[in-house]
Design a protein around this ligand. Structure first.
Ligand SMILES: *Cc1c(COP(=O)(O)O)cnc(C)c1O
Length: 386
């Protein structure tokens, strides 16, 4: 590793040589080709990369700056502080904060030129009042709940909401959006119902003469399976990082995983028969084996629930993790093979002809790929490769 490949984001400044051997490599060319593939699929619709939860573990600021370079039209994050961090890092492009807001946060949105999600008439009142006090205009996207019951005005009250939103002096209604609850499924019944409810609200707006520049609903599942839901803009999250949102989703857009999680062997030993490994002594062998210890654990987001199932790549081969996954260490059974200190270990990604995917870890941990990616702790350094 040379210094240019290192990013200090989320990690103390130390020299490249002393860097923790456990790190994430983010392949920027993969991000770029995934972005292009999504853009090709979405035609003339704008692209809003969704970069919440540290850009799905890939590093918020770096990925945002890269998306800005690639020509993304808008960025989406979950929370106010994510938006502020991007502004403080010099990101100039429009940013929509997707989550629910509280009244006392509104001035910070306006001062940082962040687009607000307005999810009720009450919130619109608060936004208008805050904007008036600041002698500014607030840019909002109206959130319609078409069938998820998190935030947003219910589709059956959407007409009144839209009509009211256009009556404020200090609010610019730039967009209207909704969110799919099940668009990566093989059964799209609920998704089509949501799409119909969204279209009804938009038809009302059009007939009433309300001009809404950015109408959007599609996440990764929608982009893959419902081109008719593109509207003016699409909101890819996980797909941009080269991971499919579910096992059954149609893979209509070819993408490559951008993230590789690597570590190195820091210890080699021989384990004698009947000498248990790790907390709780849940694993032991009746024959002698060779094993290596790797400096990664659940404190990095390598889930303890993968105990008994996880495998890693070493010398181009898959080997099982044995004993309980600890906070900072795992032990790998290499049976009769050889390995040495400093040998590269791949936790997620390719080595030689073998691959361990984010979906594999999700299966071992009994969760979804999203949770694997977003839980890789910020103490794991991120390294960016072109
Ligand atoms: C997270 C999120 C997305 C992106 O979802 P993916 O399934 O990762 O594509 C899009 N829109 C909203 C509102 C979200 O919260």
């Amino acid at each position: 590793m040379d210094n240019q490949k290192l990013s200090a984001e989320n990690y103390p400044q130390i020299s490249a040589n002393a860097l923790r051997p456990t790190y994430i490599e983010v392949n920027l060319s993969a991000l770029s080709s995934n972005f292009d593939a999504i853009k090709k699929r979405a035609g003339k619709s704008k692209i809003m990369p969704i970069l919440k939860a540290n850009a799905y573990g890939h590093g918020l600021v770096k990925v945002a700056q890269y998306m800005e370079n690639l020509g993304a039209d808008y960025l989406g994050v979950a929370f106010l502080e994510e938006g502020i961090l991007l502004r403080e890092s010099g990101v100039k492009m429009p940013i929509l904060v997707l989550g629910g807001i509280l009244g006392n946060q509104i001035p910070l949105f306006i001062e940082n030129d962040l687009t607000l999600t307005a999810s009720s008439i009450e919130k619109l009142n608060l936004i208008d009042e805050a904007a008036e006090n600041l002698k500014a205009k607030a840019k909002v996207h109206l959130k319609i709940d078409t069938g998820m019951e998190r935030i947003g005005v219910h589709y059956y009250n959407a007409n009144k909401f839209i009509e009211k939103a256009f009556g404020y002096k200090n609010i610019i209604v730039e967009g209207v959006f909704s969110h799919f609850a099940d668009s990566a499924s093989s059964d799209l019944t609920h998704t089509y119902l949501q799409l119909e409810r969204f279209n009804d609200a938009l038809n009302f707006a059009r007939k009433s003469g309300f001009e809404i520049p950015l109408k959007h609903i599609s996440n990764s599942g929608g982009i893959l399976q419902l081109p008719e839901a593109d509207f003016d803009l699409v909101r890819p999250g996980i797909l941009l990082f080269g991971v499919y949102p579910s096992a059954e989703v149609k893979r209509t857009v070819p993408v490559t995983p951008a993230l590789t999680w690597k570590s190195r062997v820091v210890y080699f030993k021989v384990i004698k028969p009947n000498h248990p490994v790790g907390y709780g002594m849940i694993w032991k062998s009746d024959k002698q084996i060779r094993a290596v210890t790797i400096p990664v654990g659940y404190g990095d987001g390598y889930f303890r629930s993968m105990t008994g199932k996880a495998e890693v790549l070493l010398n181009g081969k898959k080997y099982p993790v044995i004993g309980r996954i600890s906070m900072d260490q795992i032990v790998v059974n290499i049976e009769g093979d050889s390995a040495f200190n400093n040998d590269e270990v791949v936790l997620i990604g390719r080595q030689g002809k073998e691959e361990i995917s984010v979906a594999d870890l999700a299966e071992w941990a009994g969760t979804v790929p999203y949770e694997i990616l977003t839980n890789i702790n910020t103490r794991v350094p991120r390294v960016y490769l072109r």
